[in-house]
Design a binder for this molecule. Structure first.
Ligand code: KG4
Ligand code: ZN
Length: 396
């Protein structure tokens, strides 16, 4: 089955086409036929964060070129004359679907007039969670393609996308296989919008065990980076500074101490806004030097890692599982990966860790196509006339 994946939930516009076959399990195989991504990070750096309506417009402008790029990679000839041109009714229909995205319509209409129907069996699109205006662009784009090419749509939960991506075999990412995965599993989802611990007893079902009570961990990384005068997105910047601090540790040992929020509370919840406030107090007291910034970044990363590791391993213990799945943009963080990996090896059950390579930890369309594929196998198609984007769509 060929699945087109579309991701527009935040500030990455991503598109891919995969070929997949087999049910969830050892027989599953997939190949990436085309893959393209356009990041808005540089644009949002000027604002210090993501503005939904700016992001929406950028998605609208990026979608058609990304689809063209994907199809070119697949070997489809672009542009190509349609054997039967779009009739006026269809053009009217498509214009109505994307009427709120004029930048998209301007490119979509000429594209659809010249592009013959590619081999696509299903269109998987992120419907949430994420930024409402951004999600709607992707959803309406999927509806327009679905109407023109008569291909069914699968509504994908972005968080399930992260979970599925983490379950791929990373020892050989080109193998296109699933890792051996023993359910039940605990999933730790750490991204710009979420910090959740979830129990999955079988693929596709989720129970929420704990979550952040305020800021998501990625959001805390981004806000602390901003306090330190670092550009958006802050996660990779904090990580870079921390690495430098760790390197120079022997020369100038670090003495900055930040809190470990909720570490000793008997639950699986998190809180990161106090940690961010503690950093704010530090920098407000005295403008930090470059060396001090590195130390703050390092201590912040340590505090986050301490809490994440402790609560996650507690969840693994409580639920008697021996597989941990970690996903979301923050799982690209080298120190957090290292600490979670050690904790899993040292755990009483020798917990198996499934974590994507850093380049697949942040948002991409492959995770959406994969999650969509498994739903499409079960014929879980959305009604294109009633499909909705939902900014706070829960996983569990
Ligand atoms: O999953 P993702 O790409 O988008 C959302 O679904 O939110 O996650 C983005 C978040 C941002 O907050 C970004 O700062 C953080 O992931 N992030 C990192 C790293 N790379 C990305 N945080 C810490 N260390 C990193 N290396
Ligand atoms: Zn994400």
């Amino acid at each position: 089955m060929r699945v087109l994946g579309i991701e527009t939930s935040c500030d990455e516009t991503a598109m891919c086409l995969i070929e997949a076959g087999g049910a969830f399990g050892p027989d599953f195989r997939f190949k990436i036929l085309g893959n393209a991504l356009s990041s808005q990070a540089a644009l949002h750096t000027t604002y210090g964060g993501v503005f939904p309506n700016v992001a929406k417009r950028e998605h609208a402008k990026a979608l058609v070129p990304l689809l063209q790029k994907c199809l070119q990679q697949v070997g489809e000839k672009v542009p190509q004359q349609l054997s039967t041109p779009l009739d006026d009714d269809m053009i009217y229909h498509i214009s109505a679907i994307v009427e709120r995205e004029p930048e998209l319509l301007a490119q979509l209409e000429p594209f659809l007039r010249t592009q013959s129907k590619p081999h696509i069996d299903a269109i998987a699109v992120t419907v949430g969670p994420g930024l409402g205006p951004c999600l709607w662009v992707g959803v309406n784009f999927a509806r327009a393609l679905s109407a023109t090419w008569d291909v069914p749509i699968v509504a994908v939960n972005h968080l399930e996308g992260h979970v599925v991506m983490s379950m791929m075999d990373v020892r050989d990412p080109s193998s296109g296989k699933l890792a051996e995965c023993r359910f039940p599993v605990i999933a730790l989802l750490i991204s710009g919008g979420h910090t959740e611990l979830v129990l999955s007893k079988e693929f596709g079902t989720y129970e929420l065990l704990g979550q952040t009570r305020d800021d998501a961990v990625g959001e805390a990384f981004d806000k602390v980076a901003r306090l330190l005068g670092l550009p958006y997105p802050g996660g990779p910047e904090i990580s870079r500074l921390s690495r430098e601090a760790r390197r120079s540790d022997e020369v100038t040992p670090h003495r900055i101490r930040l809190p470990r929020p909720m570490l000793h509370e008997n639950n699986l919840d998190f809180s990161f806004s106090g940690l961010k406030t503690a950093v704010r107090r530090l920098v407000e007291r005295r403008t930090p030097t470059d060396e001090e910034k590195k130390k703050i970044a390092r201590e912040f990363e340590d505090a986050v890692a301490d809490v994440l590791v402790e609560k996650t391993l507690r969840a693994v213990d409580t639920c008697s599982t021996n597989t941990l799945v970690v996903g979301g943009g923050v799982s690209a963080n080298a120190e957090i990966r290292r600490r979670i990996s050690i904790a899993c090896q040292l755990s009483a059950v020798n917990c198996q860790l499934l974590i994507p390579p850093p380049e697949f930890a942040t948002d991409n369309a492959i995770m959406i196509a994969l999650a969509g594929y498994f739903r499409a196998l079960k014929k879980e198609f959305a009604d294109p006339t009633t499909i909705q984007a939902c900014g706070n769509l829960p996983l569990a």
